[in-house]
Design a protein around this ligand. Structure first.
Ligand SMILES: CC(=O)[C@@H](O)[C@H](O)COP(=O)(O)O
Ligand SMILES: NCC(=O)COP(=O)(O)O
Length: 238
């Protein structure tokens, strides 16, 4: 089974545009679970432009499924938050300051020593660790040496190329995922996945553990409703 973790950052983007608490991101997390999501993902950024650190603490109180916190472990504030909240999973993303959104995976060879050290910190606290990587076999092999439990394949490249040539788009992801499986790593995927490209990815990587989806899912929910949208994404993974 491939789990659907709903990234609720975009609820916070909308809330923050007016101040106040509408929409309520804690309610969004409760509803995502009620409507069938297998987990909730948040990606707090240092400028707190969408999910705020305090939101993460409040969401933890109501989580009954799987809580995944993504972010930049070079920020001590992020590390402290994760160790305080103790989610089921932390996903380490090599974001630069001021980035619009995540746009690359870890260089797991260059940063192997750093990753080993920080992954050890989270694992010691009983938190499963995933690291964001590009679909490159050498990066997957490097990831296996860091001690991470899982990798999250960065799927923007897949989503972009899917529109032109879906076989070519999925090929590097299949290679990377097969190598990860051989090495005993769990496999997550995320970024720009949507109702058009999700099923094809799942069909080609049946051993995918989890996808985290935010931008497209929340955009679809504006037209189709949150409950119906989650149901449709789940159907793509069935
Ligand atoms: C790691 C990843 O691909 C997502 O977490 C994505 O970066 C969402 O973050 P934003 O909502 O800030 O775009
Ligand atoms: N890890 C990816 C994620 O949480 C959501 O990415 P996106 O669907 O907002 O592009």
């Amino acid at each position: 089974m491939t789990k659907l973790s709903v990234n609720i950052n975009k609820f916070a983007t909308l809330r923050n545009s007016r101040g106040g608490n509408n929409p309520d991101v804690v309610k969004a997390a409760i509803d995502a679970q009620k409507f069938g999501a297998d987990g909730v993902t948040v990606h707090p950024r240092p400028d707190e432009r969408h999910i705020r650190y305090e939101d993460v603490r409040q969401i933890k109180k109501i989580i009954t499924t799987e809580f995944n916190i993504e972010g930049n472990s070079r920020e001590q504030k992020f590390v402290d938050l994760v160790l305080e909240v103790k989610p089921d999973q932390v996903t380490l993303v090599p974001d630069e300051l001021g980035q619009l959104t995540s746009d690359h995976g870890w260089d797991t060879i260059k940063h192997k020593d750093y990753l080993k050290e920080i992954i050890g910190v989270f694992k010691k606290a009983g938190i499963r660790v995933s690291i964001f990587v590009d679909p490159i076999v050498a990066m997957v092999e490097g990831a296996a040496e860091t001690g991470t439990d899982r990798i999250e394949l960065y799927t923007e490249g897949y989503a972009t190329q899917f529109l032109l040539n879906k076989e070519a788009a999925v090929a590097p992801y299949v290679h990377a995922a097969n190598r990860a499986k051989e090495l005993g790593l769990g496999i997550n995927a995320g970024h720009d996945l949507d109702l058009h490209n999700l099923k094809y990815l799942k069909q080609h990587i049946p051993h995918l553990d989890e996808v985290s989806i935010g931008h497209a899912l929340i955009s679809d929910a504006l037209y189709m409703g949150f409950e119906n949208t989650i149901k449709q994404y789940k159907e793509q993974l069935a």
